[in-house]
Write a protein that binds this ligand. Structure first.
Ligand SMILES: [Zn+2]
Length: 113
């Protein structure tokens, strides 16, 4: 009886995500909180060509683990474990499936801004 090994519904699918979120917050403190906040407010936007994180005063393009913000350039070179919060937000949004998808080209949207 394979079903006898199961423990009811104690392991919902989002369990691994919760663990990830906790680790993220523990490891990254304020940056983790910012990342989480961005996701809750739908500020991680997936366009056809880029993933964009809307910050407080600008938008940042995140691509292949790189971010266009200044902090990222510095932190990536010095320590790969210290990603800027935009990268954390994208990472988290992808894991939780909470990117705000836009069926548009960001390069075109950007021109309109
Ligand atoms: Zn960044």
């Amino acid at each position: 009886m394979p079903s006898s090994n199961r423990k009811g519904n104690s392991l919902p699918p989002e369990n691994s995500t919760n663990t990830y979120v906790e680790a993220l917050l523990q490891k990254n403190g304020t940056r983790g909180e910012k990342a989480l906040e961005a996701i809750q407010e739908d500020r991680v936007k997936q366009y056809r060509d880029f993933t964009v994180v809307v910050g407080y005063d600008d938008e940042y393009i995140v691509e292949d683990g790189m971010c266009t913000c200044k902090g990222s350039e510095y932190t990536i070179k010095s320590d790969t474990n210290k990603k800027c919060w935009h990268l954390l937000a994208v990472d988290l949004a992808e894991r939780t499936g909470s990117t705000d998808y836009h069926d548009m080209w960001y390069s075109e949207v950007r021109d309109l801004l």
